[in-house]
Design a protein. Structure first.
Length: 549
């Protein structure tokens, strides 16, 4: 009851921010059809494996070479099967080569495959002016404005590009220390430490903080870098339900009452690991309530602000500012520079004792090469812009523009009837598509309409929660967002994709633009271009897949 009272006490700001989060589940018939779709493509996958074994399958790329058949398998059976028969059918939707500045719009190098997506070849053509709805360019600092990048060029001339040493040896530059002081000042803590890689900021620092005899309580939707760091630490890991305070408190109570397994000795440390904004769901951590539980049960709190620092809060200082909580209440504050700051690397911030300890014990600090000087200067100039220390109001303008774009984009999608996940303040906007064929068709068709989107499905999400993920930017104009709304609505509501797309899209991968258009029309049941009226799916399949000579 004490915890409930504490939670209610903090619910002032917390409830206002979290009550607008939506996680609508798929209707039963949609879930059933989604499972059926995966069942069909899996069945066809096993059929194709059988046809390969008897020599009837025309695509032999998916087989091991004869001289390697007695080697120990590199992958588990199902992982190998999934990659070979399912992922390869749709991999043209990922890793597309960008040949311009990856800003609010970019250019893509067109590519096609002659062997069912096992290899690609470039056509020599370029797809120009694609609206970028997939990058984490929240504040628009992925830019090539010569005036803005003047200081970066100057620092490159002064320091060069690479350091070629760790900071423990002779790689500690003056601008590294300048950035660390700036980060601590920006966040509002005593000290900070920077690292050259955002992923390693989590995976290589968590093992330095906890180990054997410690307990990690991890949100079920935490990023892979947090999960890897927890596993490398050797600590016991228990997972609580996403943003569920009852689940977290229950685990805290059990941990304190029962202690370690077998010996029942008290845990050396209990570390709660959460994210500020969750990159796949677009949800925001219930920070005030977690802090209340952390204080009540004497645990430590590790907050990953990779997607929230710079992107949320009135002045871009993350979820601590969003909920108006004291940053000192968070024991370990982590963030990255790869998103809102248009650079690379990450930081750990908190008390001075914490940072000094990590300087000597973190693998990322002791063994990793120091951050590149031009990258360091890019972060400094972006952070000064956000803080207004460059003498302008450009930073606060971008923060407000991002917030405006986020609210507008989410509100319009809801008006159109789409099921979207996440918090109203989150620039990460997942739109649920559910069925695997829809995900594939959506990504391919949106690209033909000059819109680049990221689509995600199993195993990155649950089978019934496949989605497209839009990422908003302050650099997006209202016209760009309106165009995305229009094309998304046109594609999903006018086309009315049906379950036949599961078969057509998975087993007829894109070979060229004309082929992709035909696949979309077949899978949607719409009349092909140049013809009027609607016909039955069976008629379309007969006419389009098996055309008359």
């Amino acid at each position: 009851s004490m915890c409930i009272k504490n939670s209610q006490f903090h619910l002032g700001a917390a409830s206002r921010q979290t009550r607008h989060e939506s996680f609508e589940q798929a209707p039963m018939y949609v879930a059933v059809m989604t499972y059926l779709g995966f069942g069909i493509v899996t069945l066809f996958g096993y059929l194709r494996d059988f046809l390969r074994a008897v020599g009837l399958e025309k695509c032999h790329v998916a087989q091991e070479r004869v001289e390697q058949k007695d080697f120990i398998p590199l992958y588990q059976d199902f992982e190998n099967f999934y990659t070979r028969n399912l992922y390869m059918r749709v991999r043209d939707n990922w890793n597309r080569p960008v040949c311009s500045l990856p800003g609010p719009v970019f250019d893509l190098m067109e590519r096609v495959s002659d062997d069912y997506n096992w290899t690609f070849r470039l056509t020599g053509r370029t797809i120009h002016n694609v609206i970028n709805m997939g990058s984490y360019n929240y504040l628009g600092f992925a830019e090539n404005n010569a005036d803005f990048l003047k200081t970066v060029a100057e620092k490159t001339q002064h320091y060069g590009v690479g350091v070629c040493s760790t900071r423990k040896e002779i790689g500690n530059l003056s601008i590294h220390e300048e950035l660390e002081q700036l980060v601590a000042n920006f966040i509002g803590v005593e000290s900070s430490m920077i690292f050259g890689m955002g992923f390693a900021t989590n995976s290589m620092n968590i093992p330095a903080l906890v180990g054997k005899g410690c307990l990690i309580l991890s949100d079920e939707l935490n990023h892979t870098s947090l999960i890897l760091g927890a596993r490398l630490s050797g600590a016991t890991i228990r997972v609580f339900k996403h943003n569920n305070m009852h689940s977290l408190e229950k685990m805290l109570r059990e941990a304190i009452c029962s202690g370690q397994p077998r010996t029942h000795r008290p845990w050396r440390k209990i570390l709660i690991m959460v994210e500020g904004v969750y990159s796949m769901e677009g949800s925001v951590v219930r920070l005030p309530e977690i802090i209340a539980l952390k204080k009540k049960y004497k645990a430590y709190l590790y907050l990953d602000e990779a997607h929230s620092i710079g992107a949320v809060g009135p002045t871009g200082r993350g979820v601590t500012e969003l909920f108006d909580v004291d940053p000192a209440d968070v024991d370990v504050m982590m963030g990255t520079f790869t998103k809102s700051f248009g650079a690379a690397g990450g930081y750990i911030a908190g008390k001075k004792e914490l940072v000094e300890y990590l300087r000597s014990h973190s693998h990322s600090a002791v063994y990793a090469s120091a951050m590149s000087p031009p990258v360091t200067e890019q972060i400094i100039r972006a952070m000064k812009c956000i803080m207004g220390k460059d003498g302008s109001t450009e930073g606060i303008r971008r923060i407000r523009q991002l917030a405006e774009n986020t609210r507008y984009f989410r509100a319009r999608l809801k008006e159109m009837g789409f099921i979207i996940y996440g918090n109203n303040d989150s620039p990460v906007v997942p739109i649920l598509l559910y069925m695997p064929g829809k995900v594939v068709a959506f990504a391919r068709e949106m690209l033909t309409r000059k819109i680049g989107v990221v689509v995600v499905g199993f195993p990155a999400t649950a089978i019934t929660e496949a989605r497209a993920r839009f990422c908003l930017s302050a650099a997006h104009t209202r016209d760009m967002l309106n165009q995305v709304h229009t094309q998304t609505h046109t594609h999903t509501h006018t086309a009315k994709l049906t379950n036949i797309s599961v078969l057509v899209e998975y087993f007829s991968p894109e070979q060229n633009t004309q082929h992709s258009e035909r696949l979309f029309l077949v899978s949607s049941g719409a009349a092909p271009s140049g013809r009027s009226g609607r016909r039955s799916v069976s008629e379309i399949l007969t006419a389009e897949i098996f055309p008359k000579a």
